[in-house]
Design a protein around this ligand. Structure first.
Ligand SMILES: [Zn+2]
Length: 297
């Protein structure tokens, strides 16, 4: 083989190696990234009053509220797609799935709507990440706009293994059970702080800031959407930095204290026990086991 041919051969080998690395890089970029989006209404910018805005069918400004949520959801879908998402499932999580519509939801996502869905909202280990849009803080949070835990009138306090939690905490833990990290949230300042307590590295879009439970400073809708899109994109681009929440491995005790209006008589059985007139505990071998015992009522 002549020197010339040897040179040609090494160039061919080099080209082959380069083509291989490009294919590899492409393969990595195209590895499926399926994202689950938990949506709620109370954490959307512009929302501050349950009766006025959040009750499907009866609130005079529900239609406006629905549009505000749809806009924020669609901005998040855009950001996630820009960040490399290959599939985005949006769960209509507010009040029995009566808010989002396939008429105006982002054409590149899938909507999970209707009731009932499983107490773990059909999440499983095939997802790469969970994000919250329109999320509110737990019941009793200072300056948390429309703060509550699952039931506005029914739940005073919730704990998991002694740790105070609301919807954010429980869902971070349930996602952790399926080995899926929570990477981003949009909501008010209080909801962002609540997620950061559990997931310090999470991206948060603070779209409003409460001055009381029913008032606060709100970002204009287009500004909130731009912020959400940016945070969602960045969160998914940083996905490799996130670990699922695993602090709740091992036996779990969910403790629920009802409000005086929400007193509920559960049926005592294995793992279900009354502590006092308004407080019950639900014990399980893990968070899902304990949560299913509570959700079964
Ligand atoms: Zn809600």
């Amino acid at each position: 083989m002549s020197t010339l041919n040897l040179g040609r051969l090494s160039r061919l080998v080099l080209l082959g190696v380069l083509a291989g690395s490009v294919a590899l890089a492409r393969g990595q970029a195209q590895s499926p990234k399926k994202v689950f989006m938990i949506t709620d209404l109370e954490g959307v910018s512009g929302i501050f009053d349950t009766d006025l805005q959040c009750m499907p069918g009866t609130s005079p400004r529900f239609e406006e509220a629905r549009k505000l949520l749809s806009g924020e959801v669609n901005a998040a879908v855009d950001g996630l797609l820009e960040g490399g998402a290959t599939d985005v499932v949006v769960w209509d999580g507010h009040d029995g799935s009566q808010t989002l519509s396939v008429l105006d939801i982002h054409p590149k996502c899938r909507l999970l709507t209707g009731a009932p869905v499983s107490p773990t909202f059909e999440l499983d280990g095939t997802y790469s990440a969970v994000v919250f849009i329109g999320q509110h803080a737990m019941a009793g949070t200072a300056k948390g706009i429309l703060s509550h835990s699952y039931s506005s009138l029914g739940v005073q306090n919730m704990w998991v293994n002694g740790k105070p939690v609301g919807e954010i905490g429980v869902r971070v833990m349930l996602a952790g059970y399926f080995k899926v990290p929570v990477i981003m949230l949009s909501g008010d300042t209080a909801a962002c702080a609540e997620l950061h307590e559990l997931v310090p590295e999470a991206e948060c879009a603070e779209v409003k800031s409460g001055v009381s439970r029913t008032a606060g400073f709100m970002l204009p809708h287009p500004t909130a959407c731009a912020l959400i899109r940016e945070k969602a994109r960045r969160a998914l681009q940083r996905l490799a930095e996130f670990k699922p929440y695993t602090m709740m491995s091992g036996p779990v005790e969910v403790k629920i204290e009802s409000t005086t209006r929400g007193v509920h008589s559960y049926r005592p059985r294995e793992g279900v026990e009354q502590v006092d007139e308004r407080t019950w505990v639900f014990r399980g071998k893990d968070i899902v086991d304990a949560w299913l015992k509570y959700s079964a009522f």
